[in-house]
Design a protein around this ligand. Structure first.
Ligand code: UD1
Length: 419
C-alpha cells in the first residue's frame, strides 16, 4: 500500500487550481442513468471514487468514454443490468445513489447495502423510506436492497434528518415519477444544487434546490446534455488550512469562495488574511502563531463536517484552547489518536474535541483511517518536526486529486512511496 512521506516545516507558497467537486460528480454520474441520450460531463476530478462509479456504470452496460482533461461521456441507453455489486459498493457508500435513478427509469434495482468511510453507522433508512413512500417495493435480502416499482408516484416527503445523498437520491427518483414530489427538510448543500442544475438541463422540473423545500414535478423522460461540475469546496478548504498552518501565502484558482463562507470565517478568526474574487482565494498568514478556533459542525450553510478534521489539526498548533463539536456523524474523531501520537494535546468529551495548542508537533508513522481524517494527518505532517509517514493513503486518493503534486507545486516536500 502506498504511503506519503512529508518533510515538515516548509511554508507553502504559490498557486494551484482546484478540481471539480467529488460530492457533485458522484450524484451527477448516477444521474446519467436517467438520460435517454449521451451525457458529457466536464471538470470531473480524477479520483478513485470517480473511477469506482465509472466501473459501476460500465458493469451495468453503460458506454463510457474518458476524453482529455477528464471530460466523461456516458451513454446509459445500452444498459443491460440494474445491479450494483457488493465488491464495488463496499468501497464507496455513494454507490447508493444509483438506486433512485434505476428505480424511476427502469422500475428495478438490486443494490448492495453500502460500506465506505468508517465514520459511524451511516444508515440509508431515509433513502429507502422515501422511495417506499413513492410506491417502491423494497426488500433487504443477503446484504442487498432489492427494489421494484411500476412508475413511482410523487408525494410529500418530510425528512427526519438532513441527509445529502438521501435528498439527492429522492430528487433523482422524483424527476420521472408521476406527479409532484416535495422534499421537506432537504439538504441545502451546493452539491445538491449542482445536481439539480444538471437535472434541470436534462429536462427535469425542479424548484427550490438550495432551500430546505425542493419541489419536483415528474416528467416522462430526460435527455442527454453537457454539464460542468462545480469546484470542490472541501479541497479548497483543505489547502487553505494547509497554508494557514504552515504560515504560508497561496492562491487557489478555479474555486468559488461563496461556497465556503463558514470555513473562511473560521480561518479569519484564526488570524489568516483572505482576499477573494468570484473564482479565486488568496490566503496569507503572517502572524507568528495561529489562534485556536471553536467549531460546531452542521449541515450547509453551517460548518461542514468534512472540514472538521483539518481544523482539529490546525487547533493542535494554535495558541489557546479550541473546541470542536461534531454533530453530523458519530465516531468522526479517528484522527485524534494519530495527532496525539505527534504530541498534540487533545481531550475528547462526548462529541467534542478540546485542544490545547502546542508550539510544535513531532513526526511519527501515522495511519490514515478515513478520507478527511487522512487529510488532517497530511496537514499535521506539513508542520511537524522531521519526516512524517502517512500510511494507507488510498483513503486520500478517494477524495483529493494528486495531493502530493499539488502540495509539491506549493513548495512542500512530499513524496509518494509505493508500498
Ligand atoms: C454526504 C457527503 C459526505 C459528508 C456528508 C455530510 C457525498 C457523496 N458525501 O454524505 O462527504 O460528510 O454528506 O455533509 O455527498 N443518516 C441517517 N439515515 C439515512 C441517511 C443519513 O440516519 O438514511 C444520518 C447519517 O448517519 C448522518 C447524517 O444523517 O449522521 C448525515 O448524513 P448524510 O448527509 O446522509 O451523509 P452522506 O450523504 O452519506
Amino acid at each position: 500500500m502506498d504511503k506519503l512521506i512529508i518533510q515538515g516545516g516548509i511554508k507553502l507558497q504559490g498557486e494551484i487550481r482546484i478540481s471539480g467537486a467529488k460530492n457533485a460528480a458522484l450524484p451527477i454520474l448516477a444521474a446519467t442513468l436517467l438520460a435517454d441520450g449521451v451525457m458529457t460531463i466536464s471538470n470531473m476530478p480524477h479520483l478513485h471514487d470517480i473511477t469506482t462509479t465509472m466501473e459501476l456504470l460500465g458493469r451495468m452496460g453503460c458506454e463510457l468514454t474518458v476524453g482529455e482533461k477528464m471530460v466523461i461521456q456516458v451513454d446509459s441507453r445500452v444498459i443491460r443490468e440494474f445491479f450494483a455489486p457488493y465488491d464495488l459498493v463496499r468501497t464507496m457508500r455513494a454507490s447508493i445513489l444509483v438506486l433512485g435513478p434505476l428505480l424511476t427509469r427502469f422500475g428495478r434495482a438490486d443494490v448492495s447495502l453500502p460500506g465506505g468511510c468508517a465514520i459511524g453507522s451511516r444508515p440509508v433508512n431515509l433513502h429507502l423510506e422515501g422511495l417506499a413512500a413513492m410506491g417502491a417495493n423494497l426488500q433487504v435480502e443477503g446484504g442487498y436492497i432489492r427494489a421494484v416499482a411500476n412508475r413511482l408516484k410523487g408525494c410529500d416527503l418530510v425528512m427526519d434528518l438532513v441527509t445529502v445523498t438521501g435528498t439527492e437520491n429522492l430528487m433523482m427518483a422524483a424527476t420521472m415519477a408521476k406527479g409532484v414530489t416535495v422534499i421537506r427538510n432537504a439538504a441545502r448543500e451546493p452539491e445538491v444544487v449542482d445536481l439539480a442544475n444538471c437535472l434541470i438541463k436534462m429536462g427535469a422540473k425542479i424548484e427550490g434546490a438550495g432551500t430546505d423545500t425542493i419541489r419536483i414535478e415528474g416528467v416522462d423522460g430526460l435527455t442527454g446534455t453537457e454539464y460542468e461540475i462545480l469546484p470542490d469546496r472541501i479541497e479548497t478548504g483543505t489547502y487553505l488550512v494547509a497554508a494557514a498552518m504552515t504560515r504560508g501565502h497561496i492562491k487557489l484558482k478555479n474555486t468559488q469562495p461563496a461556497l465556503l463562507e463558514a470555513v473562511l470565517a473560521k480561518l479569519h478568526d484564526s488570524g489568516a488574511e483572505l482576499t477573494t474574487t468570484e473564482s479565486t482565494i488568496e490566503i496569507k498568514m503572517n502572524k507568528e502563531r495561529l489562534r485556536a478556533v471553536s467549531i460546531h459542525t452542521s449541515p450547509y450553510p453551517g460548518f461542514p463536517t468534512d472540514m472538521q478534521a483539518q481544523f482539529t489539526a490546525l487547533n493542535c498548533i494554535a495558541e489557546g484552547t479550541g473546541t470542536i463539536t461534531e454533530s453530523v456523524f458519530e465516531n468522526r474523531f479517528m484522527h485524534v489518536q494519530e495527532l496525539q501520537r505527534m504530541g498534540a494535546q487533545i481531550k475528547i468529551e462526548g462529541n467534542t474535541a478540546i485542544t490545547s495548542g502546542v508550539s510544535k508537533l513531532k513526526s511519527a508513522p501515522l495511519m490514515a483511517t478515513d478520507l478527511r481524517a487522512s487529510a488532517s494527518l497530511v496537514l499535521a505532517g506539513l508542520v511537524a518536526e522531521g519526516a512524517t509517514e502517512v500510511n494507507r493513503i488510498y483513503h486520500i486518493d478517494r477524495g483529493y486529486e494528486t495531493i502530493e503534486e499539488k502540495l509539491s507545486n506549493l513548495g512542500a516536500q512530499i513524496r509518494r512511496v509505493p508500498g
